[in-house]
Every structure is written in C-alpha cells, then in structure tokens.
Design a protein around this ligand. Structure first.
Ligand SMILES: CC(C)(COP(=O)(O)OP(=O)(O)OC[C@H]1O[C@@H](n2cnc3c(N)ncnc32)[C@H](O)[C@@H]1OP(=O)(O)O)[C@@H](O)C(=O)NCCC(=O)NCCS
Length: 377
C-alpha cells in the first residue's frame, strides 16, 4: 500500500510543478534565470526589455530581435477607451493596486485574442500587457491627482517611460538606471505565491488576462509584493536612524512581522539584495538623502543579530523608490509592471504542456451529521 503524502503547511518544501524558467540556487545564493545568473544581467547592463524577452522567448535577443521587440512594445503603448473610462470613473481613493487589478482584467475583454490560448497568441498578449500595464498605472495615478495623463514617448524605454508618465518631466539617467535594475530584479522568482496562483488559473485554461489578474491580486498582500509599501511605511514610522534599533526590538518583542525581511527560500540572504542596494546607492548619491537607507541598515543589523533573518528585495527597493519620489501606493503596482513578464512566461509554459492543477487536502471537519429541515434546527 502506498503511503499517504505528508502535508506541509504553506506547501513549504513541496515540489508543486516543473519549470524551465527560473530557480533559486540556494546553495550558491543565486537566481538562475533560463541559465543566466540574474545579477549578471543587471551588472552587465541589460535593459528590462531584454530580460522580458528572455522570459518570453527562452533566450536573450540579438540586436535585431531586441529592436523588433521594443518596436512591438511601442506600437502597443495605448489603452483601449473602455479601460481609460474605467480608470477615470474609479473613486480617487481607490488603492492603485486595486485599480490596476481591475485594469488588467478589463484589458482582457478588450483584447482581440482574449480567448486564444495558443503559444503565439499568448506571447502577443504578454507583449500587449507589458506595454499597457505601465500606462494603466500612470493613468490611474494622474487621474487620482486630478491631472491629465502624460502620453508615452517613443524614444524612451519601459523604465524611463514609466517615470516620465508618472511625473511628466524627463527622468534623470540615475533614476532610469535604478528603475531598470529594480524591474529586472522583480521580473521573475520561481514558484512564488502569485506565480503559482497564476499557473493554477492558467491550468484551468482560463486565458492569459484572467491568470495575470489572479497574479496581481495575489501579489498585493503584504506578505508578498505588498511588502515594499509596508516596508516604507515601517521606515517612516521608525522616523530616524536613532530610533531604528529600539523600534525593531520593540516590534519583535510584540511578535510583529518586520516588513522587508525574511523569505521562504532564502535563509542566508536574498540574492537580489546587493544589486538593489547598489542601484539605491545611485539614487542616494544623486539626492543626498540617506536617512531611509540608514534606518534600513540598522534594522538589518538588528534583525540579523536578534533573529538571524536577512532583508529581502523589498527593503532596498522601498527606500530606492521613495528616493525617486514615487508615491508609496505605487510601489507594488510597479512590481506588477515587471512581474507581468515572469507571470506571462509561466502561463505560456503551463498552457503549452497543461495538466489541471488540483491538489488534495486533509479534511479536518466533522462527519456523519444528520440533516434536519430548517424549522427543526
Ligand atoms: C516572507 C515570509 C512570509 C516567509 O514566511 P515563512 O517562510 O512562512 O516563514 P515564517 O513566517 O514561518 O517564519 C519563520 C520564523 O521566522 C520569523 N520571521 C520570518 N520573517 C519574519 C519577519 N519579517 N519579521 C519577524 N519575524 C520573522 C517568524 O516569526 C517565524 O518565527 P518562529 O519560528 O519563532 O515562529 C515572512 O518572512 C514574512 O512575513 N516576511 C515579512 C513580509 C515580507 O517582507 N514579504 C516579502 C517576501 S519577499
């Protein structure tokens, strides 16, 4: 008789599928993305577009392929009218992440290939989403501020356009570089919660936009992508470097989770953190504002000495985005603008070789109860 599979809370350690897209190499503390070390891509000066191409097409593009991919993104940089109307009709108080989730869903019913799950159509839909998500973020932000939307520019790449459309002025090169690095580092991370959720949706043969909507919804929670916003709120609450150690000690004492720390897979440091810290340094040098990095460093020292827990990507990303003057509620939507590439790669991989994802569970409720009609209960 075969043994019953053991249950692991939170599915920790469970192999839930196969993928040729990326894996965390815990031994060497690296993220392997289609055979490349992710940090080599940031250090080698790759653009986010090259990494998105790598995710969608299995290999890095040559110059001609990259130019064609960027052209395809440029052509798709516009929002359908019903999506613009939905954004403009949303309450100004709507959280940008809620608005973006609805925008991604409504892009689905406007997409001419919505119900075509073929490999080719899925890649085209992924390109459209990559192009349109930054526009939806910027349009929602500008509308909430009572400002006119800023048209994207054909001469700017995705990172630069995102900054440009949010603010309406030319982004500084340091800002574009820091944003580009953050988008690369956020692009893909194995079977994390939102990617797994997107794959579950895709495995039912729900379409690309439906699966990505699930991804956005799942990313928003503070234990996942929402941690970059929560980490910045925490640093603001700490206020000054002098207060950081005592604040963290107090929070640990009262069993609070310290946002931007810890990871299910990495137990000796998040491989993406050093590259993000370097990008953050570019912003600190340009702006001269070092307070938030100092608070983060003291929190890091305290967490390491007290709990042996390392920071994750969200911590340096939070103070970098803050240094770029990006409003905090946009931090997680910007994560979406990047992770769309990873989610889409997973949806494509799932649907190219599909089997419905449908696990079992241990039932812990009662059995054998006797039904009585409602007037007898
Ligand atoms: C990411 C996270 C959800 C991983 O969770 P997990 O693998 O289920 O690990 P657990 O929550 O079981 O944590 C294991 C232990 O470390 C502690 N721990 C983990 N992360 C912690 C944190 N950020 N602050 C304080 N304690 C933490 C837990 O309290 C637990 O301690 P215990 O064994 O004494 O109860 C968790 O580290 C966390 O909540 N981090 C904060 C949110 C965050 O930054 N998310 C972004 C992740 S990229």
């Amino acid at each position: 008789m075969s043994e019953a599979p053991t249950y692991s809370p939170g599915l920790a350690g469970v192999i839930a599928g196969e993928s040729a897209i990326s894996c965390i190499d815990v031994e060497r503390n690296k993220l392997n993305m289609r055979g490349y070390d992710l940090v080599d891509l940031t250090e080698g000066g790759a653009s986010f577009e090259e990494v998105a191409y790598l995710l969608l097409h299995d290999d890095l593009p040559n110059a001609g392929q990259l130019a064609a991919f960027c052209d395809a993104l440029t052509v798709e940089r516009h929002l359908p009218d019903p999506v613009v109307q939905m954004i403009n009709a949303a309450p100004k108080s709507a959280h940008p992440m809620a608005l973006l989730r609805t925008a991604v869903s409504s892009l689905g019913y406007c997409d001419i290939e919505a119900e075509d799950n073929s490999h080719e159509a899925n890649v085209r839909k992924a390109v459209r989403l990559l192009a349109k998500v930054p526009l939806a973020i910027a349009a929602g932000h500008r509308n909430a501020q009572g400002l006119e939307p800023v048209e994207p520019r054909d001469d700017l790449g995705l990172a630069a356009n995102l900054l440009y459309m949010l603010r309406g002025d030319d982004p500084q090169p340091y800002a574009v570089d820091a944003m580009n690095v953050s988008l690369i580092l956020y692009s893909e991370h194995g079977y994390n919660a939102s990617t797994f959720a997107a794959r579950v949706a895709a495995s039912t043969l729900a379409d690309m936009h439906a699966a990505i909507t699930v991804g956005v919804a799942t990313l928003g929670g503070p234990l996942h992508g929402g941690a970059n916003e929560a980490a910045m709120e925490m640093m603001l609450e700490i206020g000054t470097p002098d207060n950081a150690r005592a604040w963290v000690m107090d929070a640990l004492e009262s069993k609070r989770k310290i946002m931007g720390f810890g990871h299910r897979e990495y137990k000796s440091g998040d491989s993406r953190v050093p590259a993000m810290k370097q990008a953050g340094q570019l912003v600190l040098e340009a702006t001269g504002e070092d307070r938030w990095r100092q608070i983060a460093e003291i929190a890091e020292e305290t967490m390491l000495s007290e709990k042996g827990i390392f920071p994750n990507l969200d911590l340096p990303c939070a103070y970098t985005y803050y240094g770029l003057d990006i409003p905090i509620p946009l931090f997680t939507p910007i994560f979406v603008a990047s992770r769309v590439s990873g989610w889409a790669a997973h949806v494509i991989e799932q649907q190219d070789n599909n089997r419905l994802i449908r696990p079992n569970h241990n039932y812990t409720g009662p059995v054998g109860r006797t039904f009585k009609p409602v007037d007898q209960r």
